[in-house]
Write a protein that binds this ligand. Structure first.
Ligand SMILES: Cc1ncc(COP(=O)(O)O)c(C=O)c1O
Length: 329
């Protein structure tokens, strides 16, 4: 059975472009409120100038364990803290405290299906003055059910004419809200042109990443991914896949990637909390080999979903169980 078939029906939840339903709860500055009441002013600095940062975290429901597993929860909150510090937003809690509050939010909401968690920190002060200090931050965490962000195979990508914003303009390693204008422009163009997603090049013309995912290719048996100095988000799934590959004895290289290497790759795939591990069939209309899921991609997809769904005892440490605390399986 392939990794794609292994995904239970629950994983094929709502599409990412559906409006988020406001029935659940959110944490706002540590208080539990109905999501429909979690609001900021239209004059909020973050809404006007994009001065905010966020995370995307998935939790996978495991029916056999009656457990909901948050994947790499602490790592996401550590990155959240780094992004917030760049913007001088005080989170008012440590990554560990935010992780625990998130676990309790899911428990209180009695969520028993795959879910996406969105921590968000924005400059909430009503202020016309551009700048970062002194402005008050607001920290919120809400959840939404979410199926596959993109199909797990067969993706058709376009190398975008939009370039990835460089580190000394808006740093990609911080997950700032404003920087997603760059991703949105590239994805919008790709969709208009009939593709599933965009690949953005950095200012030097090297491959950076997709609109909301990191990119890997396989060339002559080696797994290659652009380095963290190529204006990428330092993806948590990227790191997880590098660890999996190392354990599986697959040689890995973090190095600059040229555009034409994409056309000559043996395999190509995207990684991210949203996209998970998704195989790419073509770039700019040029098929990656025969366009099917390559053998290394298939093995990594498989290991990824086993770990994420709590079926891999060796990687239980990557998961935070929402309900139970006992070791299962
Ligand atoms: C621009 C960008 N790159 C890469 C990623 C993948 O990061 P992660 O694996 O931490 O979700 C994301 C995911 O949100 C993203 O938005």
């Amino acid at each position: 059975m392939s990794a794609v078939d292994r995904q239970p029906a629950g994983a094929r939840g709502p599409a990412p472009d559906l409006e988020i339903d406001e029935q659940g709860f959110a944490l706002v500055d540590g208080r539990l409120v109905p999501l429909s009441e979690a609001r900021v002013s239209v004059a909020a600095h973050g809404l006007n100038y994009g001065t905010g940062c966020f995370e995307g975290i998935r939790a996978y429901w495991q029916e056999d364990h009656q457990e909901l597993y948050l994947l790499k929860l602490i790592e996401h909150y550590q990155r959240f803290a780094r992004s917030a510090s760049l913007l001088h937003i005080s989170l008012g809690a440590t990554p560990e405290e935010l992780a625990d509050a998130t676990r309790r939010l899911l428990e209180t909401s009695q969520i028993r299906q795959d879910v996406y968690v969105r921590p968000l920190a924005v400059k909430a002060s009503r202020s016309i003055k551009v700048g970062l200090r002194p402005l008050e931050g607001l920290v919120a965490v809400y959840t939404t059910s979410l199926g596959d962000y993109m199909p797990l195979s067969g993706l058709a990508l376009q190398v975008s004419s939009w370039r990835r914003i460089p580190d000394n303009a808006i740093p990609s390693r911080a997950k700032t809200t404003g920087s997603y204008v760059n991703a949105a422009l590239a994805l919008d163009q790709a969709k208009q042109d009939g593709y599933d997603d965009a690949i953005l090049l950095d200012q030097a013309g090297h491959v950076a990443e997709a609109s909301a995912a990191n990119l890997f290719m396989v060339r002559r048996g080696t797994l290659v991914t652009p380095p963290v100095t190529s204006d990428i988000l330092e993806g948590i799934t990227r790191q997880l896949v590098l660890e999996l590959a190392a354990e599986m004895g697959i040689p890995c290289l973090e190095r600059e990637v040229d555009r034409t290497e994409l056309y000559m790759a043996d395999e190509l795939f995207l990684t991210g909390t949203g996209v998970q591990v998704a195989s790419v069939a073509s770039v700019d209309g040029r098929a990656v080999k025969d366009g099917t899921v390559g053998p290394i991609t298939a093995r990594l997809q498989d290991r990824f979903f086993l770990a994420a769904r709590g079926l891999d005892p060796d990687h239980r440490a990557w998961l935070t169980p929402v309900y139970g605390t006992s070791a299962k399986g």
